[in-house]
Design a protein around this ligand. Structure first.
Ligand SMILES: CC(=O)[C@@H](O)[C@H](O)COP(=O)(O)O
Ligand SMILES: NCC(=O)COP(=O)(O)O
Length: 239
């Protein structure tokens, strides 16, 4: 069954909006796990706009499932990950001024840094995932860099504003999953997935895990976090 990684950055965004102590991130993570989340995803951004360093420390000691820590490929972030030792480390591109993660990591361009990060993390027992676009050249580079896992960026699919455009992006993702799976990679996917667009992605064979955050946290405003997680788990369950 397809796994659900729950991105709780957006709970921290709400907290940081007021610089308050609530909503409590550990409480959110534990509710998500209780409701069926298979992993908790957090993105420690360089600008610390939502997740803080202390959140990573505390959550690492509290999670019952897996921590999937997302970060940029910088010396600061890799050193931090080697100290924290999350179960999974997902390397993502970052532009300080972006609203959200706009595209996949360019593994070809930053190959030496990515390969070095993969090697150092593998030595420390951390599984590295590369957050990349559905592009065979990037997939090949991920293999050469030694990453055991990729996460395909589904943002273009989620943002497609016509039926043909969405079908085109869906097919690109399907083909990339098939190609990457054939190369021996574990394939995850995520970004911008919500209750109305997730099922077509979840139906693609060989996707192991979907990382979803914004839509679930938004829905929790209306129906509660536990129910919002369960509602998503029901949708991604095979028919
Ligand atoms: C890499 C990724 O897709 C998520 O971490 C996403 O970026 C989280 O939301 P923000 O873009 O708001 O940080
Ligand atoms: N890596 C993608 C992720 O963690 C979730 O992104 P979103 O659902 O918050 O857009």
């Amino acid at each position: 069954m397809i796994k659900l990684g729950l991105n709780i950055d957006h709970v921290a965004t709400l907290r940081q909006a007021r610089g308050a102590r609530y909503p409590n991130l550990v409480r959110a993570a534990l509710i998500c796990e209780e409701a069926g989340a298979d992993a908790i995803t957090i993105h420690l951004r360089e600008d610390r706009r939502h997740i803080q360093d202390a959140d990573v420390e505390v959550l690492r000691g509290m999670l019952q499932t897996r921590m999937n820590l997302e970060c940029a490929v910088t010396e600061e972030m890799i050193a931090n990950a080697l100290r924290i030792k999350p179960h999974d480390l997902c390397l993502v591109p970052e532009r300080r001024e972006e609203l959200t993660t706009e595209g996949g990591l360019n593994v070809l361009r930053y190959f030496d840094a990515v390969k070095s990060a993969c090697e150092r993390c593998a030595d420390a027992g951390i599984r590295v995932s590369l957050f990349i676009d559905a592009d065979n050249a990037q997939i090949d580079a991920a293999v050469r860099a030694g990453a055991p896992v990729i996460e395909l960026h589904t943002g273009k699919y989620a943002d497609a504003d016509s039926v043909p455009a969405r079908a085109y992006e869906l097919e690109r993702i399907r083909a990339a999953v098939e190609y990457a799976h054939g190369q021996g990679l574990q394939v995850n996917a995520g970004h911008g997935l919500h209750y109305h667009n997730v099922q077509a992605i979840a139906a693609i064979p060989n996707i192991v895990e979907l990382n979803i955050g914004h839509a679930i946290i938004a829905e929790s405003v209306f129906i509660g976090l536990d129910a919002a997680v369960r509602k998503m788990k029901d949708l991604i369950r095979p028919l």
